[in-house]
Design a protein around this ligand. Structure first.
Ligand SMILES: Nc1ncnc2c1ncn2[C@@H]1O[C@H](COP(=O)(O)OP(=O)(O)OP(=O)(O)O)[C@@H](O)[C@H]1O
Ligand SMILES: [Mg+2]
Length: 368
């Protein structure tokens, strides 16, 4: 399970549950640090292949000249230095899963071979003449816009369509603020246990700041932040100033993917075709739902009537910022049946922040 209680993460967990038992190819997209690798691993772990190899290949980290031999293996003598036959990742991953990370970086020539494996399960090793057949489930990920890459002719259109049929998109953390708290609790808990440091937590002000921080590096940035905070400020309540200081000092750290092998049991899914069709429909529905949600919020924003909302100039001049905030919040709550989730989306604030303000301004439930 992917951690988080946002609608988006719940939907992703749902899709993982549905796709995992099948052999369909899945494309995972999202900004750097959103958890693409976590999703890939979850799919493998929830599949029938979980005790078979899980091979991670970072397509961006392998030099163009050797990527084909790395993926598909080579025959002795096929190029200088090929002193013996060598198995590629696809063969090593037989009966298991191969995770092609940074698929957008794969050279065009290699993409042709990959498409063939996806279609037929067969490939030719470099310098070989006999095709090898494997049973491998492919999961791919990228933080690039593949559609754009197709337009710029860096990515093959046919492969793009083949991969895209099941696309899991992980939205950036700043668009699912309710997950920040959950991830923060999780990361601080594991690091405090691992390092044996007691962690009393953050002040309210600090938490509020963390909730609303943009987290450009997504969950990875939040994880690194949690780790540094624990080490720098052990055994004390961490303040807003300390959080701000740490976030200014913070640098994104790279993580590298290395191939790793685990053991597992197989079985093909006969109904794969049907499943695929159903899942495509499901993934389209989710896109539509997301679009509708966005539009609903836009509509609410447009519906706000000026007279209702704009505080007369003379009045506004005499009001404090807090009073203005109270008025705006009260208006939105009343007009949205006190739906905190909706109001928090409209104001792009965390739900906790909205609850705090309700308490602060002692707002009462009144509906329009
Ligand atoms: N929902 C989540 N629950 C728990 N941990 C998460 C979650 N999302 C991300 N993480 C953690 O955040 C870090 C970054 O995730 P991951 O490596 O999967 O990102 P990515 O999308 O593959 O990024 P990149 O594009 O840079 O490779 C990892 O340490 C991962 O364990
Ligand atoms: Mg990754």
């Amino acid at each position: 399970m992917l951690l988080g209680d946002s609608v988006q993460i719940k939907e992703i967990n749902e899709i993982i549950k549905q796709v995992a038992p099948t052999d369909v190819t899945v494309l995972i997209t999202g900004e750097s640090g959103t958890g693409k690798e976590v999703v890939a691993k979850e799919i493998h772990n929830a599949s029938k292949r979980k005790d078979k190899p899980y091979i991670i290949v970072n397509c961006g980290a392998i030099p163009e000249g050797i990527i084909e031999s790395e993926l598909f293996g080579h025959k002795k003598g096929s190029f200088t230095g090929a002193i013996e036959d060598r198995k590629g990742y696809f063969e090593t991953a037989d009966k298991g899963t191969i995770f092609l990370d940074e698929i957008g970086e794969m050279p065009l020539g290699t993409q042709v071979k990959l498409l063939r494996v996806l279609e037929t399960g067969e490939f030719l090793p470099v310098g070989g003449s006999k095709p090898i057949k494997v049973d491998v489930r492919v999961i791919a990920a990228t933080n690039r816009d593949l559609a754009q890459e197709v337009v710029s002719r860096n990515f093959r259109e046919d492969l793009y369509y083949r991969l895209r049929s099941i696309n899991i998109y992980i939205p950036p953390l700043r668009e699912r603020k309710s997950d920040v708290k959950i991830l923060l609790d999780y990361f601080t808990k594991i690091y405090s246990e691992k390092n044996n440091i007691s962690f009393p937590g953050f002040t309210d002000e600090a938490l509020n700041y963390i909730d609303n921080f943009p987290w450009q590096g997504n969950a990875r940035e939040l994880r690194n932040f949690s780790e540094s905070i624990l080490v720098l400020y052990p055994n004390k309540l961490v303040t807003l100033e300390e959080v701000q200081k740490q976030l200014r000092a913070y640098n994104l750290s790279e993580n590298f993917n290395v191939p790793m092998i685990m053991d597992v049991p197989p079985k093909r899914n006969e109904n794969e075709f049907l499943f695929r069709a159903l899942l495509e429909i499901k993934s389209d529905l989710i896109d539509i739902k997301n679009e509708l949600r966005k539009r609903e919020i836009e509509e609410i924003k447009n519906e706000i009537k000026e007279d209702d909302f704009v505080i007369p100039k003379e009045k506004a001049m005499g009001m404090t910022l807090d009073e203005v905030e109270r008025e705006v919040l009260n208006y939105l709550l009343k007009n949205n049946s006190w739906n905190i989730e909706k109001v928090s989306s409209i104001l792009n604030q965390s739900q906790r922040n909205i609850y705090n303000k309700i308490k602060k301004y002692k707002l009462e439930k009144v509906y329009n």
